[in-house]
Write a protein that binds this ligand. Structure first.
Ligand SMILES: Cc1cc2nc3c(=O)[nH]c(=O)nc-3n(C[C@H](O)[C@H](O)[C@H](O)COP(=O)(O)OP(=O)(O)OC[C@H]3O[C@@H](n4cnc5c(N)ncnc54)[C@H](O)[C@@H]3O)c2cc1C
Ligand code: SF4
Length: 508
């Protein structure tokens, strides 16, 4: 009897668990482009085009390899619009009653699959190093969930950058070497861009017609859409960017969105690259003397540390995680996140490149758009939807803990030891944005003061009860208390005025 083998749009690996368990001679692979997935948030057109093109090319490759694939296109007249609907349609066409699937990366879809009245087997997604059970075991009984401890366990388990049972170079973490600001005369590698093949051209047309109104530029489109192209991105990164990746990991430059970042998250997240393979290649480059240890360690930590860790958190915490709002922030997402004019150069840059590229690097997400959201008290659920919509790499298992946990402290500090808030100083130190800004980063209050300088204190002041005893920021409360009352008043008043103006829809 034929069995249905479900392959989702972020499961595009021949090695995915459901395909490994399936019988090529007999089973039917089901892949479907459905409205429910393209519309649950207003995804960036580049993200939609990337996923649909990668799905179509993956299905073609499976067919070449001898698989039977039932593929539903978005514009198929029979398309039921949901993944469960497509499974039921294929079941009634073939008489199949059994389905094998790999666990989706989103509670929403897991719950939807569980309602399908077919005999469904859901397999663990073992493209990750830590299974859910591994993470739960690690988390059990711990008072604090800290990435650094988890990461060391992943290093030991994979043997990456290990010399016996000791970390290579005698330290687990070289982050203190990874905070150099960039300067705009640096040589920066050019990211790989790919010509449109027929599949990509066809998908771009479809996306233009259906999703052209969403926030984000579809053209120019040069993302990798198959494993061979993603491999070329990896090669290019190791060759041209990895050696400086560590040093400039936190830097930001106007008009230079990529710096020395790998641009690999989207490819890793849909399955075009394998995380452990990528890390081994980076380790080999370090062993060959091509990249320094601070670069290799910094990169590998992002993948076997942060990437695995946030996934563990997402599944450990359950479906309600995305609703958390421990700081009670309720301000609506201001229009500047959707590209409305702003005089704040840092936000303008981060949003403009997000619109053009469906990409911003980590520090832009954390210390510009995230930091602003937090100090301005924006509703974390609205920020969560925004991040999920606008980045090509955004899937809930990785986006939600980063947004709600790391960036917005909406989970009350489940894994962040302090809120990631800063005044304009941090942005000024790490970027060239402030020099051309209409606001003055040096001014601490007054009409021209950098809004981060005002809102930073406003945040600390309104959350005093929660944070004043936090050892990592207690000194800031002492600084605040030492300021004269008039100055404090001017700062809070300036912050209130700024927020009022922003809420009214006026340009800030
Ligand atoms: C508010 C916020 C939202 C985010 N949303 C997403 C998201 O939807 N999808 C996503 O993949 N990442 C997300 N991140 C993490 C990180 O910003 C991106 O992974 C990274 O910017 C992708 O660019 P890159 O591939 O050039 O990364 P690089 O800087 O080259 O890093 C290498 C790889 O490490 C991994 N990585 C790095 N940091 C993290 C992290 N904090 N969590 C998980 N993986 C990490 C990624 O796979 C990345 O490709 C978010 C971070 C923040 C602060
Ligand atoms: S002055 Fe403030 S608002 Fe302007 S770019 Fe610098 S940090 Fe951003």
């Amino acid at each position: 009897m034929v069995r249905l083998v479900l392959v989702l749009g972020d499961q595009l690996s021949e090695n995915i668990a459901a395909l490994r368990q399936a019988d090529r001679a007999q089973d039917l692979v089901v892949m479907a482009e459905v409205a429910a997935e393209t519309q649950y948030v207003p995804h960036h057109p580049k993200k939609i085009a990337f996923i649909l093109a990668a799905m179509r090319k993956f299905a073609a490759r499976l067919r070449e390899d001898g698989w039977q694939v039932a593929y539903t296109r978005l514009d198929d007249p029979e398309n039921t619009g949901t993944v469960p609907g497509e499974l039921l349609r294929r079941a009634s066409e073939t008489g199949a009653t059994d389905v094998v699937a790999t666990r989706p990366g989103e509670w929403r879809l897991i719950e939807a699959l569980e309602t399908v009245p077919l005999d469904l087997e859901i397999l663990e997604d073992d493209r990750f190093i830590a299974s859910h059970a591994d993470f739960d075991r690690w988390a059990e009984g711990r008072k604090q969930l800290r990435m650094e401890n988890f990461y060391r366990e992943m290093r030991r388990r994979t043997g990456l950058l290990m010399e016996g049972d000791k970390p290579a170079g005698g330290k687990w973490n070289f982050d203190t070497e990874n905070r150099k600001p960039a300067s705009d005369d640096m040589f920066l590698p050019r990211p790989s861009r790919f010509e449109h093949d027929d599949t990509v051209a066809e998908v771009l047309e479809l996306v233009e017609t259906r999703f052209g109104g969403n926030f984000g530029q579809l053209h120019p489109f040069g993302l990798a859409t198959d494993a061979a192209q993603a491999e070329a991105v990896l090669e290019q990164f190791i060759h041209a960017a990895l050696p400086a990746f560590g040093d400039y990991q936190d830097a930001m430059l106007a008009g230079r969105p990529f710096l020395y970042h790998s641009l690999m998250s989207a490819y890793l997240n849909v399955g075009l690259l394998d995380p452990l393979d990528v890390c081994r290649r980076v380790e080999t480059a370090w062993q060959a003397g091509h990249a320094p240890l601070n670069a290799a360690e910094g990169f590998i930590r992002q993948i076997i540390g942060w990437r695995e860790f946030v996934r563990g958190i997402y599944f450990h915490e359950g479906p309600c995680y995305v609703e958390r709002n421990e700081l009670g922030h309720e301000r609506d997402l201001p229009a500047l996140y959707w590209g409305a004019e702003t005089g704040m150069v840092c936000l303008r840059e981060a949003v403009a490149q997000t619109r053009e590229e469906a990409y911003a690097h980590h520090i832009q997400r954390l210390m510009v758009t995230g930091n602003f959201g937090l100090v301005a008290g924006i509703d974390p659920a609205q920020l969560h939807e925004w991040y999920l919509a606008v980045y090509a790499d955004a899937f809930e298992w990785v986006e939600a803990p980063n947004t709600l946990g790391m960036s917005q402290f909406a989970d009350g500090g489940l894994f962040a030891s302090k809120p990631y808030v800063s005044s304009g100083n941090y942005i000024d130190r790490m970027s060239d944005y402030c020099g051309t800004c209409r606001y003055s980063v040096k001014a601490k209050h007054g009409d021209d003061a950098c809004p981060f300088n005002l809102l930073y204190w406003h945040f600390l002041n309104r959350h005093r009860a929660r944070f004043s005893s936090n050892p990592r920021i207690a000194t800031m409360y002492r600084t605040w208390d030492r300021m004269d009352a008039q100055r404090r008043q001017a700062i809070l008043h300036g912050a209130e005025n700024f927020l009022k103006k922003m809420d009214s829809g006026a340009q800030v």
